[in-house]
Design a binder for this molecule. Structure first.
Ligand SMILES: *[C@@H]1O[C@H](CO)[C@@H](O)[C@H](O)[C@H]1NC(C)=O
Ligand SMILES: *[C@@H]1O[C@H](CO)[C@@H](O)[C@H](O)[C@H]1NC(C)=O
Ligand SMILES: *[C@@H]1O[C@H](CO)[C@@H](O)[C@H](O)[C@H]1NC(C)=O
Length: 443
């Protein structure tokens, strides 16, 4: 009898091991669902019966080529590495002299630089402009927007794809109006730019110590099995940034080399996501590095009555993730190309009394931020959360980890229980069990 139970346990354990890769692949697909930003349109009308007094649009740039010179795959081990054959035809121009714009052309196969916008970006921003118009065009705020007064504030990270993206968006939003004077776009040098943040905060901004969870992943048996299969099929070693090779190739409709089958590619998305997200999920460091961007957004909210009615921030996926996470509004899904987080500010419902209210909408879906606890958030509560990240400073590392363990005693209790169960049933796949428990809750 005991033997039968043990062998049943063994079969179950074997089954769970064999499909570990498959369930990782399924998660990989889930967190990058809608990533390509194809044909995405939505309508989310403002809260009924309330006066909209400011809208802030935080958006990601449109579809791009690889953002870094990644070694994606090779025809054989040791052969020169290759990447997807992107094509870039958008006319990116400089017009300081005003006589005629000079149009940039990269003399490289396909005409792309690193992170260049791809030809589908104009369509993505047309869809975004359509969605924003459809949601807000009946409001008095939207009707009075103009690029030629101070009602619109534009900010972009100082790189070609972000600048070009906000240009595409505003030219679609204000298609009817021909501005006779130049429109100002605010920016800062990358090192001072609150919206230009590292794609992965792999070390503490306080004392430079590494993220423990990233080291743990590298020791995970399932990760090692994946990395070794990847090397066999792709002929280059796995690098956590290589998930961008898969996403960019698929989104541009270029496909993957036949040796890298879809299931392996989806699993690669999972591991890339898990590695990049480890600092977001296990430390406060990404919130710390995003605190200045939060402050910039909060300053505009405070100026709502006499400042801009529409503020647009053209930024990156990582920044959007850190901002949402710092506010308790991150569900694990990666922001797609030209996706948005919109902040809507409403005048207090009873004129003069009560609070100004804020609603946050991600790609058409209203969010309940953890720091607010409800969809319509009193502005003071939101500002207090932003403030808490400004004052947090660099707590001693040990303190951060003490807090981390205290805060999650329930998870540890559950984990211990699972490990006892695993030991009882002789599950050899403890790695898988741990992984499942630690996944974030993806809605
Ligand atoms: C890796 O090398 C093998 C053997 O040379 C080859 O069959 C396979 O197609 C290569 N993989 C890629 C992604 O080119
Ligand atoms: C958005 O609305 C403006 C003003 O009505 C209009 O000129 C523009 O064409 C619209 N854009 C889209 C994409 O619907
Ligand atoms: C993050 O910092 C806050 C204090 O601002 C603290 O309460 C919380 O426990 C910290 N979380 C982690 C994961 O360290």
């Amino acid at each position: 009898m005991a033997g039968a139970i043990a062998s049943l346990g063994g079969i179950l354990a074997f089954a769970s091991c064999a499909c570990a890769g498959a369930s990782f692949a399924a998660l990989g697909r889930k967190v990058f669902a809608k990533y390509c930003g194809h044909n995405i349109r939505w309508v989310q009308k403002p809260v009924e019966g309330m006066e909209l007094i400011q809208v802030q649009v935080i958006h990601r740039h449109g579809a791009r080529s690889l953002w870094a010179p990644l070694q994606c795959w090779a025809r054989s081990v040791g052969a020169p590495s290759e990447h997807p054959p992107f094509r870039c035809n958008l006319p990116f121009s400089i017009s300081v002299g005003r006589a005629r714009p000079l149009t940039k052309h990269f003399d490289q196969p396909g005409g792309c630089g690193l992170g260049s916008l791809l030809d589908e970006a104009p369509e993505q921003f047309k869809n975004l402009a359509w969605s924003l118009n459809a949601s807000y065009q009946h409001t008095s705020l939207w009707k009075h927007l103009s690029l030629s007064d101070d009602s619109v504030y534009l900010y972009s990270c100082d790189n070609e794809r972000n600048l070009a993206s906000v240009d595409l968006l505003t030219s679609q939003l204000f298609a009817g109006s021909q501005a006779d004077s130049a429109v100002e776009i605010h920016t800062l040098p990358a090192k001072d730019d609150p919206f230009e943040l590292p794609g992965c905060v792999a070390t503490s901004p306080c004392d430079g110590s590494p993220v423990q969870a990233m080291e743990e992943i590298e020791m995970d048996k399932n990760y090692r099995a994946f990395a070794s299969t990847w090397l066999q099929q792709a002929n280059v070693s796995w690098n956590r940034e290589n998930f961008d090779c898969i996403l960019t190739a698929r989104c541009a409709g270029l496909g993957l080399p036949t040796a890298i089958h879809n299931e392996l590619a989806d699993e690669a998305l999972y591991w890339g996501w898990r590695q990049q997200m480890a600092p977001v999920r296990t430390t406060n460091w990404t919130s710390l590095v995003a605190s200045r961007a939060l402050e910039a957004i909060a300053n505009k909210l405070k100026m709502a009555s006499d400042g801009p009615k529409l503020a647009v921030w053209s930024t990156h996926d990582s920044t959007m993730i850190y901002l949402l996470n710092a506010l308790g509004g991150w569900d694990g899904r990666w922001p797609g190309y030209a996706s948005v987080v919109v902040l809507e500010l409403y005048a207090s419902p009873n004129k003069g009394e009560g609070e100004t209210l804020l609603r946050v909408v991600r790609d058409g879906e209203p969010l309940t931020l953890g720091v607010c606890g409800e969809v319509l958030c009193p502005l003071s509560r939101f500002l207090a959360a932003v403030e808490s990240w400004q004052n947090w400073g660099c707590a001693p590392e040990t303190k951060v980890f003490e807090e981390l363990y205290e805060g999650s005693w329930l998870v540890w209790a559950l984990l211990s229980l699972l490990m006892i169960l695993a030991a009882l049933f002789g599950l050899p796949c403890r790695g898988t069990t741990l992984t499942t428990v630690r996944e974030p809750l993806i809605a």
